[in-house]
Design a protein around this ligand. Structure first.
Ligand code: HAM
Length: 432
């Protein structure tokens, strides 16, 4: 029997993990610079948390199961609903707005393909209790800053406002459920099915044409005035357009104006209400969306008071892939900086002592643990990527000395035992 990992999952080896950690840390740093604090929620939750208002698409993809006590549970497909629950359970009295971020895996039972997995990671945030569009502007600027610091080049941030489309549909008395169906088709980009649905729902021809025209509209600030004319007889939609216009002004104050206004963004989840945005990297092909988010109303839906909330999540695996195809993932480094090699097995205990001393000085250090002959140890030390090897020999030890070998140049230098960690700390700092 050959053991296999489950479909749609991946193993990450050392090099992958190093690269992922670098990217993760960069994003965490940016989030924390904006005042976000990390939270962690369970990997599984009650199934009902996700069936309430996450949208058809997601419900079909939920990994759910019954535990031994007969409870209906689900592996989380995303983290916005869990964070809304966490807020209701713990943070209703906390000063607002509350800024939270998370990094964790999500599970969706979908057909695996490039960039689409059954277990994937999201690094995202939720800002609870802020105001639109102020919070949205800051969040979008933060998303852009993350990508800037990662030196990702070819990405596009598309912004829209669901209130524009919903404003039109509300005026024509389209029910919330029907609106969700419409949004799902817009999100899929299925124009044919959409037209069919709009006909079936008997949406007036004028609204139908306007809707079809709007979802194809993309541009910069200048398209606002065009849209204004198109929707001039829909007051609620006009309010949302004004909100979008203010958002664009605020974004400029936050130092970001490289957006695309895109009224065709509908999002695949049903809880969004106003501003929505998605980030694309064209080179990724079909799974080009590396991030998505917007303003939503989940807390009220879960029985809390009405609290405006905004958030987004990076699809971490897709960000990694985008960096890879661009060729900007950092070069991988060695496993440790220093390797301590006893020249003979009698020197083993001395080698262990020196190793601990180096580790206590903050130097990443490995030592021979397989009791091999010196030549084998050196070859292993070289494969570990160590920049320096400390050679521990009997004669030198008697004089209270060891030899430091620079693995790059091959140079060797005798150093007294008292000085070895200081010398290595200095050299490693210089090399870095
Ligand atoms: P989402 O668009 O469903 O939004 O997921 C966020 C990101 O996760 C996507 O943009 C995509 O990059 C990535 N992603 C989704 N499914 C997969 C998959 N099967 N494999 C790999 N990556 C995937 C949300 O989940 C919202 N909770 C975001 C949010 C936060 N909205 C407000 N706050």
């Amino acid at each position: 029997m050959e053991l296999q990992k489950p479909r749609g999952t991946r193993d990450f080896l050392f090099d992958d993990m190093k690269k992922r950690k670098l990217v993760e840390n960069t994003m965490r740093r940016v989030f924390e610079t904006y005042g976000y604090q990390e939270i962690k929620t369970p990997i599984f939750e009650d199934l009902s948390l996700f069936t309430l208002k996450s949208g058809e698409g997601i419900i079909e993809e939920i990994y759910n199961f019954q535990d031994k006590g007969g409870r209906d549970l689900a592996l989380r497909p995303e983290l916005t609903a869990p964070v809304a629950r966490l807020y209701l359970n713990n943070l209703q009295k906390a000063p607002r707005p509350i800024k939270m971020y998370y990094f964790g895996s999500c599970f969706r039972y979908e057909r695996p393909q490039a960039g689409r997995f059954r277990q994937f990671w999201q690094l995202g945030c939720e800002l609870i209790g802020g105001k639109s569009p102020d919070s949205e502007a800051e969040i979008i600027a933060m998303a852009a800053q993350c990508l800037g610091e990662l030196e990702l080049e070819d990405y596009q941030i598309h912004l829209g406002n669901l209130g524009i489309l919903r404003g039109i549909l509300n005026q024509d008395s389209v029910s919330a459920d029907e609106q969700d169906q419409i949004m799902a088709l817009i999100d899929k980009g299925d124009a044919e099915e959409l037209e069919k649905l709009l006909e079936d729902l008997k949406l007036p021809a004028e609204s139908r044409n306007i809707l079809m025209e709007l979802i194809g509209m993309q541009g910069h600030q200048e398209i606002i005035s065009t849209v204004e004319k198109i929707i001039s007889t829909y007051p609620n939609a006009l309010d949302s357009l004004k909100e979008l216009e203010t958002l664009l002004k605020m974004l400029e104050a936050f130092g970001f104006s490289d957006y695309v206004v895109d009224l065709g963004i509908a999002r695949g989840l049903d809880y969004y209400t106003g501003t929505v945005f998605e980030i694309y990297v064209e080179g990724l092909g079909a799974q080009k969306q590396i991030s998505g988010g917007g303003t939503y109303n989940l807390i009220e839906l879960f029985g809390g008071e009405k609290v405006e909330s905004t958030g987004f999540a990076f699809g971490f695996d897709r960000v990694m892939e985008a960096l890879k195809i661009q060729g900007t993932t950092a070069p991988s480094e060695g496993r440790v900086d220093v390797f301590v090699a006893p020249i003979s097995s009698e020197m083993k205990l001395n080698a262990f002592k020196i190793t601990q001393e180096l580790r206590n000085s903050g130097i990443s250090t490995d030592v021979e643990l397989a009791d091999r002959k010196f030549k084998k140890i050196l070859s292993f030390a070289s494969k570990s990527g160590a920049k320096y090897v400390v050679l521990v020999g009997a004669r030198e030890m008697e004089e209270g000395k060891v030899t430091i070998k620079d693995m790059e140049s091959g140079d060797q230098e005798q150093v007294s035992l008292e000085m070895v960690s200081k010398v290595l700390v200095d050299r490693i700092n210089v090399k870095e």
